[in-house]
Design a protein. Sequence first.
Length: 208
Amino acid sequence: MRRTLPLAICLIMGIVMMVQFFVPHPISVGFYDLTTKWIRIVSAFALVLGVGSLILYHIDRLQRKRPGWAYSIVTLIALVGTAITGLGWGVKPGAPLQEIIFKNILVPLNASMFAILAFYMASAAYRAFRARTKEAALLLIAAFLVMLGMVPVGAAIWGKLPDVAEWILSVPNMAAKRAILFGVALGAIATSLKVILGIERGWLGGGK
């Protein structure tokens, strides 16, 4: 019964939500609005559970002195500081604390992260663009043409190189991108059907 009831609710709600998407009747629209409100309420409780789980996890790391426990202190301090700031405490007139934290902490951290990411992408590209096979050689040539066509040096070497780079991005790259999106969409549909029909039960927890 502990598993049958959640599976039955999932099946019924999944079918009802699919039907209301294709049938724009006032009853289905009202049901969708009601469901959306309940989702917000449940999400609020899930936020409380998530914050509590985060706090307990990092307190356990601090008590056991696990590797990287110092970062748990930073996480807890940031959590408390963000909560206090979000509630509007400690805000001075003319200089909102949220704006100060955003400009002086979050923006520099994001800039540092993306700066490091550039070196990681360069090293990954160096490892990936080795012409060991015909496909890798083709990828290397296409990447070289695109990168060269996006900078002024490429246009100075050959005036039509930017057009070639644009064609690579608009035609073969776009075709591959759409194929990937189709595959992701079909995978999401298949996974959703498995969950609705009770084939995939991992979301219940505790194994199969």
